[in-house]
Design a binder for this molecule. Structure first.
Ligand SMILES: [Zn+2]
Length: 616
């Protein structure tokens, strides 16, 4: 049984402006007015960390620090102050009294929240169904419901009840490429260093600065993942599956336990990527038998080579099966703060030994690589959930579930593996190539719990649009928001529980930023249109409707004209320099300006490369 029980239906949105659209200034609920605090914050103990973050965020915009109360009684000395109440019906008596019996609150799922702002009494309520839901409600208020000026923060009366249609809104990361904290380098540091310095003669990237996710030591490792977790949490994204999580470079287990704990405190599940037949195993980059590079040296007899000479663990060997089981028990006990495991057996690989070939020939088994996937992942599912029954254990098929996709893993029309895994295991299908033509409405995956992986934004993806030359390498800096919207919409109506996008590039790169924001938006509201998102929601973040339109035009422009591109930098700079621009919007414009400058350097490098290749 899953720890989270979800009724999968479209995210509900009962959002009303109580006082109508032309409400007078008198109706406003002020959090900060004329540079002075106008609201006190009351938070439940379980929501305290999230409340502290709200206080910090408002201070970063206005310089005003709101007072945080741990009790719910309003002191006489604070009579003139409005109240901002943060909690759940369970954690906070006053929230229970106010909305504990309200049907729209009662019927919310575990990640839903109820927001209500009234001017008489002056009060804002952020009530999650659980503490995690409260965290998402805070993100919604901060990013989309407040008006933010340099000396004023306020909203008009409103009520909103929202919950996700997709309970899993995750990132897939490889720690080798991860960099989220700007203090350790901007989003293009490795793209740039490689271009300026080149590659090793064997084609390996040099990356002298290295990535904070791996090469810069324990502080950078912690900082980059904490920055990622904090950003995800504020934008309603709730999990990260990380390959290379456990590694000796960064204090190993202890660092991961702290990081996974930080995730738990902020509603972001940290899930360890584990390779079964290949892909490094349970422990990445260490000298231990939990690492497959080491194991190959210690126990070459457990490996079978394929026709290209690559070596993989063989699922038919009883010793390999018990190795996987003990590895699973080890990680489950070593890092109990994890929320689960993400299993890959190595892209579409099939062991060609006699025993594995015989097993695939049996009627009850899949005939191709789906069998190897099942045989190598099942030990981890069973042992992991034996220690942690609530762990989410995800396994990757590497294929889509269209009839053509299924043929890559089995000759049977109905794959056998969905019956062979426990029903609680979560199957990850690749949805990167799926679109309106090969994912007709109503086509469902053959697995009880299904999530989809989109290979953007990443070095392995392809840009969504012609001539997006700036998205390189691959689609690492692409804006995949249009695809995210399609996938969320189709998934929510066909039994899927989540969408996973690649997440190694930070929010400071505008393409990935838009991709991640779209995941937060359309997983809650799959029925919304791109136009609604861009005009009604992004306008809040980017400083107004006109500014949002300008931002998107500049971020998506594919012009290769250098003069035109210099003009774009100046245009972004002009918006960033507007004295009336909201402090909430300013960082987005600063990042966009950086990105547009980077694109000029990239374009010059591309043009120089072309010229050097021309016959002289
Ligand atoms: Zn074999």
């Amino acid at each position: 049984m899953h720890a989270f029980i979800y009724r999968i239906f479209f995210g509900i949105c009962l959002s009303t402006t109580i006082a109508g659209t032309s409400s007078a200034q008198a109706d406003r609920i002020w959090l900060v007015k004329d540079g002075q605090a106008a609201v006190d914050v009351y938070a439940g103990a379980a929501e305290w960390v999230a409340a502290e973050k709200l206080v910090d965020r408002i201070e970063s915009w206005t310089g005003v620090k709101l007072t945080l109360f741990g009790t719910t009684t309003k002191p006489a000395a604070r009579e003139s102050m409005s109240r901002l109440l943060i909690g759940t019906a369970d954690s906070t008596i006053i929230i229970d009294q106010l909305i504990g019996k309200n049907n729209s609150y009662v019927e919310l799922n575990d990640q839903g929240y109820f927001l209500r702002a009234t001017s008489d009494p002056g009060q804002v309520v952020i009530a999650g169904k659980t503490s995690v839901g409260t965290t998402y409600g805070i993100g919604e208020l901060l990013n989309y419901r407040l008006e933010v000026e340099k000396a004023n923060v306020w909203c008009e009366p409103f009520e909103a009840v929202e919950q996700p249609a997709l309970p899993y809104r995750w990132f897939w990361l490889s720690t080798t490429l991860t960099h989220w904290d700007a203090r350790h380098g901007g989003p293009h540091m490795a793209d740039e260093s490689e271009r300026n310095i080149g590659r090793h003669p064997d084609g390996e990237p040099i990356s002298p600065g290295g990535y904070p996710g791996q090469f810069k030591g324990p502080d950078a490792y912690r900082d980059t993942y904490e920055a990622m977790i904090d950003w995800m949490s504020e934008h309603k994204l709730n999990g990260a599956m990380i390959f290379g999580l456990l590694q000796s470079y960064n204090e190993g287990v202890e660092a991961v336990r702290k990081m996974a704990h930080h995730g738990r405190m902020n509603g972001v599940d940290i899930i360890a990527g584990v390779g079964t037949m290949g892909y490094w195993g349970t422990y990445y980059g260490g000298i231990t038998d939990l690492n497959l590079d080491t194991l190959l040296k210690l126990r070459p007899d457990l490996y079978i080579a394929n026709d290209k000479g690559a070596k993989f663990l063989c699922s038919s060997m009883p010793e390999v099966q018990s190795y996987w089981r003990s590895s699973a028990r080890w990680i489950a006990r070593a890092v109990p703060e994890l929320a689960g495991l993400y299993l890959e057996n190595s892209d579409l690989v099939s062991c060609q030994c006699e025993r594995c070939t015989e097993a695939r020939a049996l009627e009850e088994n899949d005939t191709g690589c789906y069998w190897d996937m099942m045989a190598s992942c099942l030990p981890y599912v069973e042992e992991g959930q034996a220690v942690h029954p609530d762990w989410k254990i995800v396994y990757a098929t590497y294929t889509s579930f269209s009839p053509e996709g299924l043929k890559r893993g089995t000759d049977h029309q109905q794959p056998r593996f969905p019956e062979q895994f426990p029903p609680s295991a979560i199957c990850q299908w690749t949805v990167t190539g799926m679109n309106e033509s090969n994912w007709p409405e109503g086509l469902q995956a053959p697995t009880a719990h299904s999530v989809g992986l989109l290979h953007s934004p990443s070095i392995w993806g392809a840009a969504d649009g012609e001539d997006r030359w700036w998205a390189v390498p691959g689609s690492a800096h692409d804006d995949a928001s249009r695809r995210v919207r399609f996938l969320c919409q189709r998934m929510a109506s066909s039994g899927f529980e989540g969408l996973i996008v690649k997440g190694v590039v930070s929010n400071h790169s505008p393409g990935p930023l838009l991709t991640y924001l779209a995941l937060g938006e359309f997983s809650f509201h799959p029925q919304r249109s791109m136009a609604e998102w861009e005009t009604k929601r992004l306008s809040r973040l980017f400083g107004g409707q006109e500014q949002a339109a300008t931002y998107l035009r500049l971020a998506r422009d594919t012009s290769r004209d250098l003069a035109e591109r210099r003009r774009m930098v100046a245009e972004a700079g002009a918006v960033a320099g507007e004295p009336t621009l909201s402090p909430r919007a300013l960082p987005y414009w600063q990042d966009l300006q950086q990105e547009l400058r980077y694109r000029i350097r990239l374009l010059e490098a591309i043009e120089a490369g072309k010229q050097s290749k021309e016959p002289g």
